[in-house]
Design a protein around this ligand. Sequence first.
Ligand SMILES: [Zn+2]
Length: 403
Amino acid sequence: MQSVTKLRLVASPAERQMLFATMERYNAACNAVSPVAFSERQFSNIGLQNRLYRHVRETFGLSAQMAQLAIRKVAGSYRSTREAIKEQNKVLAVLGKPLKIFTKLSFREHGAICYDARVLSIGQSRVSIWTLDGRIKLWYSKPDHFPAVATVRQTDLVYRDGAFWLYATVETPDIDPAEPSEYLGVDLGVVTIATTSDGATFSSEATEKVRKRYGRLKGVLQKTGTKSAKRKLQQIAGRERRFKTDTNHAISKRIVCAAEGTKRGIALEDLKGILLRTTVTKGQRERHHKWAFHQLRSSIEYKARRAGVRVQVIDGAYTSQQCSVCGFVHPDNRPTQAAFRCRACGHTENADLNAAKNIAARAAVNRPIAVCSPDTGGEVESQACKEHGAAYGIMPPTSVGGS
Ligand SMILES: [Zn+2]
């Protein structure tokens, strides 16, 4: 499978200057290629290389390889932008809204450099990277999930939040998940983002705080409406997105580690169970939560796949109303949002933990659950359990010619 691993580079002030200077020259080259590509509608890499390679090398003093990479970035950016606009216009046409127009691209001075193996190589502890002042070797901080057996496809040098990063696209062999006998159940919620059947909880308090703070800031900036406010808005959106992604990353990592370390699978409920419990939330909040669930789930699934941990999705109906000890299902088993108290056997527990245990149990056994429906006068029916994815420094087209 292909994945992107982010490595933070350790660079001295002098090395930072070299990297900045290289980025600026590279993106200046991109900005020289872009108008030609646009006016001649030439978006094929080979076509552009033939047309501009010599010019770029001579004008910008880039190595042969770096000149090719700059041209390739422009060609690739046009192609992906054209595709994206095509997709957006399909939706806009249906909505009867004005269509987006394909315009000339320009590139930020500190936009990403898309390196390949000839100009950048990742060693055990250091990377060797081409700059205008020759190759330099830099230390990097390795994330603990950096795959031991991997082929690096492409590496992008990105400047973000005051630091240089390498975004390495790596190809790792698939691990076939083993069939586990036990599962770690994960209950996804609103106040508590995730509760596991082991009793670990992850609160949404911090993310909710950040969402509210950014929400207020966005309101103020939207009212201001100036060019700098728009830029600030984009920055905030990026920061908020990264904060959420980092939070999800941390949560999903702990969940997958817990399952991997105990040789268990991971059990998640299908969307039905989640939606049944989140009908109270409205508008912005609801969209946010649906999105958060989706992201967390895909993050868990992705990391589990990488670690060779089996993920099973179970029918989420009644997981919150069922007793994890005796199996009795009744809405009155939930006297409050937070508490579970079984009316049949008297078992009491935190409601999320009880639900997580049900989720784990349903994945381990395809056992039938007894459903006590209030509509049928308390008659018990049996119900079997079903088994069952960067702008890269490309500025918005409108700002062409600004700087
Ligand atoms: Zn019970």
